[in-house]
Design a binder for this molecule. Structure first.
Ligand code: ZN
Ligand code: ZN
Length: 140
């Protein structure tokens, strides 16, 4: 698949400004290359980077993350909303938003197991930055 090869993205650490961190990564296809690995702090950018998959079909696109399948719910000018494929069948409330290279998990709790068992090799893979709606740290 030729478009996987041109799919290069460089990433900077999310603490670049706050902690003057200079760590950099490069991703393409399913490869992650560390350009500059030393962080000036304890967290690692790679914790939040994950591979997601898209189906090729334009009509009913699907997004697969950690073997959970999502269906396109609605496209906005700057973002796309996705809901779990079991929204109707099992009343699963998991949902997320995608914009650029970011996936924002609005609700990441499924009420069923991850059951996508198709071949991800045949899908379009891309690295994204995962954002949880709930923050990992709460200000005291
Ligand atoms: Zn860093
Ligand atoms: Zn679900």
């Amino acid at each position: 698949m030729e478009h996987q090869n041109i799919d290069r993205t460089s990433w900077r650490c999310k603490y670049e400004r706050r902690k003057k961190c200079k760590a950099r990564l490069l991703t393409y296809g399913r490869t992650l290359k560390i350009m500059r690995g030393e962080h000036s702090h304890e967290s690692f950018l790679t914790d939040d980077l994950r591979i997601i998959y898209f189906t090729h079909g334009k009509k009913y696109p699907k997004l697969i993350i950690d073997r959970y399948e999502f269906m396109l719910e609605r496209k906005y000018a700057d973002k796309t909303a996705w809901t779990c494929k079991y929204k109707e069948k099992k009343k699963c409330k998991a949902r997320l938003l995608t914009f650029g290279r970011t996936v924002k998990l609005m609700n990441s709790t499924h009420n069923h197991i991850a059951d996508f068992n198709g071949d991800v090799e045949s899908l379009i893979s891309t690295f994204v930055n995962i954002e949880e709606k709930e923050k990992s740290y709460i200000q005291l």
